[in-house]
Design a protein around this ligand. Structure first.
Ligand SMILES: Cc1cc2nc3c(=O)[nH]c(=O)nc-3n(C[C@H](O)[C@H](O)[C@H](O)COP(=O)(O)OP(=O)(O)OC[C@H]3O[C@@H](n4cnc5c(N)ncnc54)[C@H](O)[C@@H]3O)c2cc1C
Ligand code: FES
Length: 260
């Protein structure tokens, strides 16, 4: 059941040119959070802009009751959010949406993130690692300064393979080329992916071609965030008669449900 909370901001830091990490206290939301779900955040307490912005759970500390978000400043809402300081409050609603399925212990999960699409995969990596899965994370970015999740992933203790377009760290080139060249499909039990749609389309093809089960997290413009307004409705396949609500039926979908 989603909860509305005014969350006290503990930490708010700039982690790259246009990306921020925001940690706030919201025990009512945190206690029910699952990887892949999101919170709907109102950027400014004075209701300007009025609509909330959906942001994935980047990390959750259930003992402390805190939620950490990783977001990129792209427009008015995220710009206003970036000005909130520690000891101020964010207006949060959550947890919302359908999250990732969790793999059984001792199985191997490959998590593939493109850009800020790494956000929902970090909390997933933490939970999978905790329950005894073997976790490999691939993150594709423009340059090494955008590998913002690296310290957290190191702390969690998962295997990490970066891909940078300029070659400043790890594999040089597209994250999907790294997957094709360096991943042995027979070692992977499940793929989780979040990033730009062309990237997720290629990852879905890779998963299907190699018979690996996979889930992706989709993004769509959202208004209510709880399935009431149809603002995020999308036909998943051209042959479908019905529309799915990304906020409620997703944002996580099995690759068999989606046609790019
Ligand atoms: C379930 C979900 C989880 C998300 N998690 C994260 C996250 O963890 N970190 C993060 O940085 N972003 C995330 N996003 C995207 C984030 O919600 C948008 O970037 C944000 O709403 C933009 O608000 P704005 O007012 O700053 O920009 P706006 O002024 O609304 O838009 C600025 C630009 O961003 C584009 N844009 C805005 N919203 C979206 C969207 N939903 N999908 C694609 N393009 C969009 C617009 O086309 C425009 O070019 C998520 C989106 C969804 C649906
Ligand atoms: S945002 Fe309103 S139904 Fe999804």
């Amino acid at each position: 059941m989603p909860v509305l909370e005014k969350g006290l901001v503990l930490r708010h830091i700039q982690v790259s040119r246009d990306m921020y990490e925001l940690e706030f206290i919201a025990p009512g939301i945190a206690q029910d959070c699952k990887p892949g779900q999101f919170v709907h955040i109102r950027s400014a307490l004075e209701n300007n802009p009025l609509l909330r912005r959906p942001l994935s759970l980047y990390d959750v500390d259930k003992k402390l009751g805190s939620i950490t978000l990783l977001y990129k400043v792209v427009g008015k809402g995220t710009n206003l959010l970036s000005r909130i300081r520690p000891k101020e409050y964010v207006d949060a609603m959550g947890p919302l949406g359908r999250g990732f399925s969790l793999l059984a212990p001792r199985k191997t999960a490959l998590l593939i993130g493109g850009g800020v699409g790494i956000a929902p995969l970090v909390y997933l990596a933490r939970v999978l690692q905790c329950q005894g899965c073997n976790v490999k994370v691939i993150h594709g970015v423009e340059n090494r300064l955008e590998l913002v999740a690296l310290p957290r992933l190191r702390d969690i203790g998962v295997e990490f393979l970066p891909a940078t377009m300029d070659g400043s760290a790890g594999f040089k080139g597209l994250v999907t080329d790294l997957v094709l060249k360096k991943v042995s499909p027979n070692e992977i039990d499940f793929i989780y992916c979040c990033g730009p749609e062309p990237m997720m389309a290629k990852v879905s093809d890779f998963a299907r071609d190699n018979n690996i089960a996979a889930e992706i997290s989709l993004e769509e413009y959202m208004a209510c965030g709880v399935g009431a307004c149809l603002g995020c409705a999308r036909k998943m396949k051209s042959s479908d008669d019905e529309y799915k609500k990304i906020c409620k039926d997703g944002p996580v979908f099995n690759i068999d449900e989606v046609e790019f």
